[in-house]
Design a protein. Sequence first.
Length: 128
Amino acid sequence: MREIDLQPEGDSLVGAITVLADDLGPGGASHSYVAHIKTDRCKPESAGEQVAAVEYQRGPRSEPGSTPGIVDRVLLAIAEDRLKCFQAGPFACGENDEALNYVRAAIAALKRRASRRSERGVLGKNIA
């Protein structure tokens, strides 16, 4: 397992969260992430309470031995929804709007990637 750098400098909320990832797997990426939040800062040896677990798809869906899970666009869609809701409510701000635009740009880039792979006939296959 390796710890993900959340860049918590100056952010006490993020500073209380630790995210661990499994070893790199197919495609050169991790496929399992677990987030813990420290509920007792007096016990630094404690990992804290698990608050989230994310399991990514491992291998193409159509191949035997692959493991079902989410893809990056799912997490981005969640972030997009949350930011849209903040922008429609009392926490609307320029920073949330900027983040929302970047999340939407990331979703669009991943859609373009999937379209290109589909056109080449390699979508859903372990082919670069």
